[in-house]
Write a new protein. Structure first.
Length: 132
């Protein structure tokens, strides 16, 4: 299954994918960021089909890891527009400037989550796995 280390992620994030504004409050701080939708990044890297998911694709998960070892998981079906439609973004800029080393170079933001537990700093790798 595909693994996208941070250098590849930075290149993909800047490789002409549609950039979107992302606003979210984390720890009572309003963030005004921009980046690419996780689903667009996965599709661009051939890790997810552009067609509605079905069959074996419904048993795939995406694992996002931070430099400090923190990890979060999404089912691909959760990200599919025709199923869960969860909005998640890989951002590289907030408040008009690149992320600082304590936060970046990339960050995952999940603005519709009720808590920011799946929004992680220092995104280091994205891996897609098929569950047994």
């Amino acid at each position: 299954m595909p693994v996208f280390p941070v250098a590849v992620l930075v290149a993909l994030a800047l490789d002409g994918l549609p950039r979107q504004p992302v606003e979210m409050t984390i720890h009572e701080r309003a963030l005004h960021c921009e980046g690419v939708a996780l689903v667009d990044l996965l599709r661009h890297g051939d890790a997810m089909s552009a067609d509605p998911l079905r069959g074996a694709d419904l048993s795939k998960v995406v694992v996002l890891s931070a430099r400090d070892g923190y990890r979060v998981v999404f089912a691909l079906s959760e990200l599919d527009d025709t199923l869960g439609a969860t909005r998640a973004f890989v951002v590289d800029r907030c408040d008009g400037k690149p992320l600082d080393p304590d936060t970046g170079p990339l960050r995952l933001l999940v603005p519709d989550d009720k808590r920011a537990a799946r929004s992680l700093r220092q995104l280091d790798a994205i891996r897609v796995e098929t569950l047994p």
